[in-house]
Design a binder for this molecule. Structure first.
Ligand code: FBP
Length: 320
């Protein structure tokens, strides 16, 4: 089984992209080690501030953000970063080649219950002669040079793509390096497993209500088959399950705050997960558009998300 550095060196990945991926994943190994200490290191609980999304920050949101920020800003190939925990983009090296948008700790509501969380990253190749601006980041997800996540679960796993399929790596804690444990990943076209936060059902639009009602009506209903439900409350955990055994994940629009098109963020949640799912043969849409085609308007823009098994996504979107 090859290590991450051997895998990257053996393929067509440029040296500078290898550098960005190794700085990002090396820092995630440090985050994994910190997480394992938990309350022994006094890192659980609230940080006492709010981020630009108006969400209360957990201490580990801030700690993981600072670890990634300082490591990436120190790398000469990095042009700028954008993070869920940073109000604005942070320029790095004007002669750098890569822009990185990341969610330092996805699923942060799971931290204090010792459940699955993860780091999600999205990388664009972009050069310029002036310091980077937010406008440089506002490009469709289909332009991503690489995307992935590190899942902090029973084992720590790295899953990423550079546009040539998806690979999975497991952290060898003794060696402190990621080792490839699954060279290819394919999401089955059909599924009998869905993930959605059912407690929001009464706030969904009618088509989504009908779609989910038909799922839970099982084989006695119009879908003529039974569906199982799972909800990790961390997108990284739900998407990982889909990459492992299939399924559909939905975070739809709801009228709790009708002005918001969805809860999840385009740049560092929907785009990177959309690229992974498509590279594994699945589909990733809002209620109307292919996520990777969306022209972003802002780095913290929110979207509705319907992703996973290609035929099931089509079925979900066919409800009008
Ligand atoms: P953050 O934790 O990074 O803010 O991400 C949002 C998120 O936790 C997703 O990972 C997850 O899918 C969703 O929110 C869970 O939402 P809910 O609280 O409605 O279950």
């Amino acid at each position: 089984m090859q290590s991450l550095s051997q895998f990257l060196a053996s393929g067509s990945t440029s040296e500078s992209l290898q550098e960005v991926l190794s700085v990002t994943t090396q820092t995630c190994i440090e985050i994994s080690n910190a997480l394992k200490k938990g309350s022994l290191a006094g890192i659980l609980g609230m940080a006492g501030n709010e981020n630009v999304q108006g969400e209360e920050q957990k201490k580990l949101d801030v700690i993981s953000n600072n670890m990634l920020k300082s490591a990436l800003l120190a790398s000469p190939v990095v042009r700028a970063i954008a993070s869920e925990e940073e109000d604005d983009i942070v320029p790095a090296h004007t002669d750098g080649e890569y822009l990185i948008a990341f969610d330092p700790l996805d699923g942060s509501s799971n931290i204090d219950i010792n459940s699955m969380v993860g780091t999600i990253f999205s990388i664009y190749h972009q050069t310029g002669t002036a310091p980077a601006t937010e406008a440089d980041f506002l490009q469709p997800g289909k332009n991503q040079a690489a995307a992935g996540y590190v899942l902090y679960g029973p084992s720590t796993m790295l899953v990423f793509t550079t546009g040539n399929g998806v690979s999975m790596f497991t952290l060898d804690v003794d060696k402190g390096e990621f080792v490839q444990t699954q060279p290819t990943v394919e999401v089955p076209k059909d599924t009998q497993e869905f993930a959605i936060n059912m407690s929001n059902q009464r706030f969904w639009a009618a088509p989504m209500q009908s779609y989910v009602t038909d799922l839970i009506s099982g084989k006695e209903g119009p879908r003529e088959k039974n569906f199982n439900m799972r909800w990790v409350a961390a997108m990284v955990g739900d998407v990982h399950r889909i990459l492992c055994r299939g399924g559909i994940f939905i975070y739809p629009w709801d009228n709790k705050d009708p002005s918001k098109p969805g809860k999840l963020r385009l740049m560092y949640e929907a785009n990177p997960m959309g690229m992974l799912i498509e590279q594994a043969g699945g589909k990733a849409f809002t209620h109307t558009d292919r996520i990777l085609d969306i022209q972003p308007e802002g780095i913290h823009q929110r979207v509705a998300v319907v992703l996973g098994a290609a035929n099931e996504v089509d079925t979900c979107l066919s409800y009008k």
